[in-house]
Design a binder for this molecule. Sequence first.
Ligand SMILES: Cc1cn([C@H]2C[C@H](O)[C@@H](COP(=O)(O)OP(=O)(O)OP(=O)(O)O)O2)c(=O)[nH]c1=O
Length: 193
Amino acid sequence: MQFVLASESARRVDLLRMVGYDFVGRKSGFPEVSLSDPAETAVQNARGKALAVAEGPGASAGTVVLAADTVVYVPGSGEVLGQAKSEGDVRRMLGLLEGREHEVYSGVAVVGGDGDGVSVESVRTRVRMRGLSEPELLAYARLGEGVGKAGGYAIQGTAALFVEGIEGDYTNVVGLPLSTTSRMLEEHGVRWY
Ligand SMILES: Cc1cn([C@H]2C[C@H](O)[C@@H](COP(=O)(O)OP(=O)(O)OP(=O)(O)O)O2)c(=O)[nH]c1=O
């Protein structure tokens, strides 16, 4: 059975390879939406990415397609933070996150294979970030690491220095909740072993 990851994210590719899955990557080209609810945003984007590839050229009937989307949310803020697009975005987003707790939501979608229709789930991890001084905020923004990352930081990089603790799946923060993903893949006939 062919297993396709509908993603260009190096983090998702690395996570899936790390645990032993055999797959090919494909770009979805899906234009991401941003809604007021973080879980709904992540799920709708993951579903859209998976279906765009499953219904696109090159996917046969038996192909299993996996896609994900990650967003960051400060409870009560009403603003869902997607990818930081610039250093300025990183500075602004980290300013919202430093010194408090936030939530990271990844939506996961799997379509095709043995399963019926599209399976979608969202996973939440709570992250507590320490306070950051203005020089530290600017130094991190200048690094560039946070550009292209949801919420403007990478827990797997230098921003590990800022994270005091998490509650939930670490891999969910990096972009793909592996435990949930492997259960969903299994339901569609894809195993890591
Ligand atoms: C919070 C956080 C996010 N991220 C990343 C994971 C995602 O790649 C990115 C959020 O962007 P997404 O829009 O979820 O995905 P993407 O555009 O990078 O990739 P795809 O092709 O699959 O659509 O933020 C980290 O790498 N580390 C972190 O600590």
